[in-house]
Design a protein around this ligand. Structure first.
Ligand SMILES: CCCCC/C=C\C/C=C\C/C=C\C/C=C\CCCC(=O)SCCNC(=O)CCNC(=O)[C@H](O)C(C)(C)COP(=O)(O)OP(=O)(O)OC[C@H]1O[C@@H](n2cnc3c(N)ncnc32)[C@H](O)[C@@H]1OP(=O)(O)O
Length: 206
């Protein structure tokens, strides 16, 4: 089931990428749109959920996660490595490859996607360090172009903690050079920390 969803999501990522890149006659777009509509109706028939309405997909991040979910076509996806796999002790190491659909300035990744990756990385680092929380402040420095189409190395770690506040940092590297870095403050959320896979948090829950 999961494998099938991951394959579907991978195809949809391909579809998104090609939709951004392709140019052609109206008839080609019309035919493609009709075929996509047929796929949409297959999926719609299989769910009671309404697109765009919060459904609460479970927690912690899984197959449908916005950044790392292999079953979420919007997720690049970010591949989270084992603790210490390629980063230093206590670091979370991840790999992510963006595409043309993530382009901002010509030839480089959009800064919003760069920030989303860094936000997720600090969230992961806080969770790995035993202090899962939500980002309340994220400061991003863009040092040089973050490319797309190549695997990006992402590193993050918890730096400090004071009460419920967790301080973390993260970088994105390519060819050993840091393209963007972030420092963040997260606030631990007790209700989430206690949930290994329960319902998604509601607004303002702690
Ligand atoms: C996300 C939880 C994860 C837990 C999951 C469980 C398992 C983990 C497994 C894997 C996790 C892996 C990855 C997760 C990665 C990403 C997940 C995506 C999450 C996000 O996508 S995240 C980005 C968006 N994020 C928000 O949506 C937050 C909006 N926010 C709020 O929902 C509230 O803010 C809340 C509930 C967080 C706290 O609210 P509250 O009422 O409980 O706490 P309160 O306001 O009292 O603040 C307490 C202390 O933080 C200080 N403080 C507050 N704000 C500050 C700021 N801006 N700068 C500096 N300090 C600040 C105060 O000054 C006070 O400090 P003091 O105690 O010293 O006075």
């Amino acid at each position: 089931m999961l494998e099938g969803k991951a394959i579907l999501a991978a195809r949809i990522r391909e579809l998104i990428e090609l939709t951004v890149l392709v140019d052609g006659p109206e008839s080609m777009f019309a035919e493609a749109a009709d075929r996509v509509a047929a796929v949409v109706s297959i999926l719609r028939a299989a769910t009671d959920s309404e697109p765009g309405v919060p459904a609460g997909r479970g927690w912690p991040p899984g197959v449908d996660d916005a950044l790392e979910g292999v079953g979420n076509p919007l997720a690049p996806p970010m591949i989270i490595g084992h603790p210490g796999e390629s980063g230093a002790d206590g670091e979370v190491a991840a790999l992510v490859t963006l595409g043309s659909a993530h382009e901002g300035a010509p030839g480089r990744a959009h800064g919003g996607w760069v920030a989303a990756i860094l936000d997720h990385a600090v969230g992961r680092a806080a969770a790995q360090a035993g202090s899962p929380g939500m980002t309340v402040s994220l400061t991003v420095d863009y040092h040089r172009a973050t490319p797309y189409g190549v695997p990006l190395d992402v590193r993050s770690r918890r730096v400090d903690q004071a009460g419920r506040k967790v301080f973390a940092s993260a970088e994105i590297l390519t060819d050993g050079q840091v393209t963007a870095s972030a420092t963040a403050t997260l606030v631990t959320v007790r209700a989430l920390a206690n949930k290994a896979g329960g319902e998604r948090p509601g607004p303002g829950s702690d």
